[in-house]
Design a protein around this ligand. Structure first.
Ligand code: MLT
Length: 267
């Protein structure tokens, strides 16, 4: 379905059990809601599952390519308003996790629990910002296929890369289908994002952290730091998985996610 949100068209799916607790899934960069296919299937029996494509990505409109994390949070909250959802559980992966962390800082009253998957609270350091600037220039010159070639080796474990299975193909397809303007725009949005580490101590809701043991983009140390700062949070590590932990080991990822959802919706 399409919705007009903050002056742009966003694609979303509102599926699962209509009477269940709403769970909103926020994907990573530069992917789409398709990355959640296994999780939506697994959670759909009990929960109202909402997955959408961030501005510029998947089937959402590209617009002018000038994005910010603040704008992504505005879109998330406006989509929840559009769907009549006052409060949801939120599941954010990587850039979706950056959006989730900022949304929890800005509007904690809209959420009852959160799963932060392969993400981090630290903003980019200078080296990270320069890398994003170079990648933005590269994708505009060489295209999304070239960006995928450079990006994929960083987001999968060596074993997943050697296997070159369906997960790698899916990530390549998602990236190749993305407009370079949206890739560059979201790189700049991530480079300009705020650091959310200081507000972790204020989070007062159940939090699940999931990280691939071999995640080189948002490493286990970053997940551990968040776990130490968020009171009562739970950290689960997916052995032998890289950054794309939900695609590399969907069985284990779903087991951790579903048991968390069950726990926070009980009673
Ligand atoms: C993502 O998976 O969303 C990105 O790789 C995150 C990042 O580049 O910081």
């Amino acid at each position: 379905m399409d919705a007009m949100i903050n002056g742009t068209t966003l694609y979303y799916e509102d599926c699962g059990c209509p009477a269940g607790t709403p769970v909103v899934f926020v994907h990573g960069f530069p992917f789409s809601s398709v990355m959640w296919t296994d999780q939506l299937k697994a959670a759909g029996d009990r929960y109202r599952t909402i997955a959408y494509d961030l501005r510029g990505l998947g089937r959402s409109e590209v617009g002018d390519g000038q994005y910010t994390l603040e704008g992504h949070v505005d879109d998330l909250l406006a989509l929840l308003d559009h769907l009549g959802v006052e409060q949801a559980i939120i599941v954010g992966f990587s850039m979706g996790g950056y959006i989730t962390l900022r949304a929890l800082e800005r509007n904690p009253e809209r959420f009852v629990a959160a799963a932060l998957c392969d993400t981090r609270c630290e903003a980019d350091d200078n080296g990270g910002k320069i890398k994003r600037a170079n990648a933005a220039a590269m994708v505009k010159k060489e295209g999304a296929g070239a960006f995928a070639d450079a990006f994929i080796p960083a987001v999968f474990s060596p074993a997943a890369l050697a296997e070159a299975g369906a997960a790698v193909d899916l990530v390549r397809e998602m990236i190749a289908a993305t407009d370079p303007v949206a890739i560059a725009g979201n790189l700049i949005a991530m480079a300009a994002r705020t650091d959310t580490c200081a507000s972790l101590a204020d989070i007062a809701m159940p939090i699940l952290l999931i990280v691939g043991e071999e995640d080189a983009i948002t490493p286990p140390q970053s997940a551990l730091l968040m776990c130490e700062r968020i009171k009562g949070s739970e950290l689960q590590c997916i052995p032998a998985a890289g950054h794309m932990s939900n695609l590399e080991n969907p069985q284990l990822f779903n087991r951790y996610l579903l048991s968390f959802l069950q726990r926070v919706t009980q009673g």
